[in-house]
Ligand binder design. Sequence first.
Ligand SMILES: Nc1ncnc2c1ncn2[C@@H]1O[C@H](COP(=O)(O)OP(=O)(O)OP(=O)(O)O)[C@@H](O)[C@H]1O
Length: 538
Amino acid sequence: MPAPSVPEPSPADFSAEPGAAAAPARHEALPLDGDSILALAARSMFQLFSSISQGMFLVDHTGRIVWVNEGYRRFLPALGFSSIDQFQGHLVEEVIQNTQMRRVLETGEPIMIDLLTNKAGTFVVSRLPLRDEGGAVIGAIGIVLFDHPETTLKPLISKFARLQQDLDDARRELAVQRKRELSAPDGQRRAKYTFASFVGTSPAAVEVKRQARRAAQSASPVLLLGETGTGKELLAHALHTASSRASGPFVSVNIAAVPDTLLEAEFFGVAPGAYTGADRKGREGKFRLADGGTLFLDEIGDMPLNLQAKLLRALQEGEIEPLGSNRLLPFDARVIAATSRDLAALVREGRFREDLYYRLGVLPIRVPPLRERVSDIVALVEVLGEDMALRNSSAPPELSPQAIALLQAQPWRGNIRELRNVLEQAALRSESGQIDVGLLQGVLQDSGLDPVLAVRPPPVPGPAMAFSAAPVADHTAPVGLTANVAAAAIQPLAEQVAALEQQAIARALHHTRGNKVAAARLLGISRATLYERLGEGR
Ligand SMILES: Nc1ncnc2c1ncn2[C@@H]1O[C@H](COP(=O)(O)OP(=O)(O)OP(=O)(O)O)[C@@H](O)[C@H]1O
């Protein structure tokens, strides 16, 4: 090991203990010369950091670790080291994954606050350069300010995760929109999904696709009801593509996203000359843009009451009146509406017109939440993993059977969107591309989800499930299942029963927040049987 260029400080030099052995003689007053004052201040700051931080280490100018304090040593096992010799004396990037210490050495710039995630967990860290008297960078100090920030900084981290998710969603939507615009000749809007894009062969998924296919044959309005992220918009696209209007435009309006004051113009358009400014030339409304095709009204439950009356009239008469015009214009668009709200309850509360509810709900279709179609999770993970890989130009993540079992046990309140987000986070944190149950549990916790206890995996061939189905980026292409998934689907009955049993146990444990006695009671089995099924037989 080359000699460190920063003299290795003795622990006593940096002792955090007040009055520690090597502390200089007590000063009754500040020393008078500037150098001594600076030295005293530096030592005091160092001691303060050492005592309030979770751990510290020093690297020399080559990036070699030359000193580690007591606090930091407890992270060594999680980083994969059983003794300090395996850590100290090595280059920092060889022993701490994802570290940015090299950047600090190269630029001389501190990184005051950063989030570091590696196999030891997620940490809030600070990195400061050390300079000699001439100002040259001779090393750097790494400080772990907080470990487990998911607990200590939970509100901040959840907010960050939410914002990140919003940003990712917005980017995705923008990319899709751009693609749609580019592929649409003469500015026409097209649907991008078919029924094949709706992944799932569970009884609930098959039934919803059956109903939607039948609805595609009719000209009546369709009402898609279901929790957020269950695939209502995807189904609306598919329904349009399977209908006789497939060659016409697919136009969608997210009512919740448009300010109330602009909705009327958005729907019915603006007559030329009605306004000054940008709308002087007039503007087509979505009803007219959807002429000959399908108009998808997303989040219909958020529509203001005054506009509900106008929408009802338009649907009944097949005519709209643009703002600022006294002419009625005919339109020919098939309406599909969707909501994640309890529309019947809104009607009871007087917040949604009953006549409009019946008018829109001629063909109501309930889109099932993911927790009612647990058997679709393997295929969904496969498709989402492939899609992520395609976007990031990386290999699809590989999930251990235990990780799959954990995913199957989640309540998924945000449904497929939430599942996707969890997978993306897990893939980001995994260095090897493998996602095991421990990593996944951390992600679920950090995402503010209520992770269900891990259970024994469903019997799946192979050590880990490699996902390599056809990409979903093109949702018009049928999604192929890999041999693995296909094999999983036709496992021997005993294995399928065992998998179902594991899911039931996971759900019961979730329900009882991990209380095994209560879970056993719920399942009608003895505690011993439950332990045995959990692989903890004693
Ligand atoms: N069955 C499915 N197979 C594959 N991807 C799906 C499926 N269902 C939903 N998705 C994907 O999940 C995401 C959310 O779906 P979608 O926007 O259609 O849900 P939604 O019910 O309309 O949500 P919201 O109510 O929040 O608008 C999309 O990226 C969609 O492609």
